[in-house]
Design a protein around this ligand. Structure first.
Ligand code: TYD
Ligand code: ZN
Length: 418
């Protein structure tokens, strides 16, 4: 503890007008699932609270967590990240479409593509010319999965220095991509300088991250945690890009991760601005995204949401029902810890990621088991669905549970039994 990176000023524009609007108390790191042996050791926690910069409008964590807390070296020094991208068939299709979109709109023969935080290669493997793609992924366990599939992947952190070296070696890139990574870059200014060095004349930076208006409207406070350092609106992103002579020229909403935005940026004037982008930006204005009161209202809804969920679970428990958690998602870690949902309510949490099975939920220490355990357990009455963003896929595959009378509980946008 005590290693948080805390600055009182905005991490984007350095203005002192960063206003905290919601606080969840001390929180463990979401992707640091303790093993049995780790249970005896003290767990790292940080103060999870989120603020709004009245100057550049970026919504951001008040305290940032160093990468080392969740990209963890094992005994041999091999860096390890518990999050593996290719765990959902829906997500695989999503990334194939993403690659196709970039390829058809922006690439010319020989154009190079770089992805920052390429994980197991889920996006890069969708490109037709694998010889022209490069992944940057500091976590060796997931980078190795991509490498085995023939996707060149450097196990380093993205930095301006690294990009300079890559460009000197083989030239510039037409596209720099990131999915669910840009929102968490600690040194955002070094990153933007790196993007600028990487891109050729018609170069595009495309990033896809959870979209702030969807977080607000769904009361999806569980998107707020250590590995998500910023929550983007188009306006706040555009303000950031402007500092580097760039601008957003297109934006497309995506349904993944409970509502994301794919944002396309380039040097000013390179591409015409699409009407879709303009429409979305206007909508942000109408919805009061620039006003602190919007965020204070969100904070009130978060507290009400917690009270209602705890009330529901308490009632079910007092009726003698058996409740388990479904998915050890990062989002589940936030909800369970903020609402105090531990072994007092849940017998276990099941999750399909082998890396998480046999471990425990950070903070609450509820054991994580494979879905097989859940399938064999016919005494479960309710499953609290942490991965609500995958509800369609999960409800589709859990017909057995549903047909014997089992029910899912979701906490969004209001806690309820499905
Ligand atoms: P994800 O949606 O990436 O959420 P987060 O960013 O909050 O971690 O993770 C979903 C989690 O749900 C992941 O741990 C795998 C798990 N999962 C299942 O257990 N079963 C499923 O059918 C699906 C789709 C996901
Ligand atoms: Zn700011």
């Amino acid at each position: 503890m005590g290693e948080e990176i805390r600055g009182n000023n905005c991490s984007v524009c350095d203005s002192p007008t960063l206003r905290e609007f919601v606080s969840f108390g001390r929180m463990p790191v979401v992707n640091a699932y303790p093993s049995q042996a780790d249970l005896k050791k003290p767990e790292y926690t940080y103060n999870l609270s989120v603020g709004f910069c009245e100057d550049c409008e970026m919504v951001q964590l008040m305290e940032k967590v160093p990468y080392i807390k969740y990209i963890v070296p094992d005994e041999t020094g091999r860096t390890h990240y518990a999050y593996v991208s290719s765990m959902s068939s829906f997500m695989q299709k999503h990334f194939v479409d993403f690659a196709h979109d970039v390829e058809t709109r922006f690439l010319e023969p020989g154009s190079r593509v770089m992805e920052v935080g390429s994980n197991d290669g889920i996006l890069l493997k969708g490109f037709s010319h694998r010889e022209n793609v490069l992944g940057i992924e500091p976590s060796q366990n997931v980078a190795e999965i991509a490498q085995k599939q023939g996707i060149e992947t450097l196990t380093e952190f993205f930095s301006r220095r690294l990009v300079k070296r890559l460009v000197d070696e083989k030239g510039k890139f037409r596209a720099v991509l990131s999915a669910n990574v840009f929102l968490n870059i600690l040194d955002i200014h070094d990153f933007m300088r790196g993007v600028n060095v990487a891109l050729d004349d018609k170069g595009v930076f495309i990033t896809e991250d959870p979209y702030l208006p969807r977080i607000l409207e769904n009361t999806a406070y569980d998107q707020m945690y250590d590995a998500h350092g910023r929550y983007h609106s188009l306006r706040s992103l555009d303000n950031l890009f402007e500092m580097y002579g760039m601008e957003i020229f297109d934006a497309q909403e995506q349904w993944v991760h409970g509502g994301s935005m794919r944002v396309y940026a380039a040097r000013k004037g390179t591409y015409p601005k699409t009407s879709n982008f303009k429409k979305l930006a206007e909508k942000e204005e109408e919805n009061g995204l620039h006003s602190l009161s919007t965020y204070n209202n969100f904070s009130k809804r978060v507290e009400q949401n917690k009270e209602k969920l705890v009330r529901l679970l308490t009632e079910l428990k007092s009726e003698g029902k058996k409740i388990v958690g479904y998915a050890a998602a990062a989002k589940s870690v936030v909800v369970h810890n903020y609402c105090g949902i531990g072994t007092n309510f849940l017998d276990y949490v099941c999750d399909s990621t082998p890396e998480k099975q046999g471990k425990y939920m950070p903070g609450t220490k509820v054991p994580i088991v494979s879905p097989d355990v859940f399938h064999r357990d016919h005494n479960v009455d309710y499953a609290l669905l942490g991965a609500w963003n995958h509800s369609e896929e999960i409800l589709g595959k859990e017909k057995g549970f549903l047909s014997r009378g089992g029910k899912f509980i979701v906490h969004l946008p209001e806690p309820r039994i499905l």
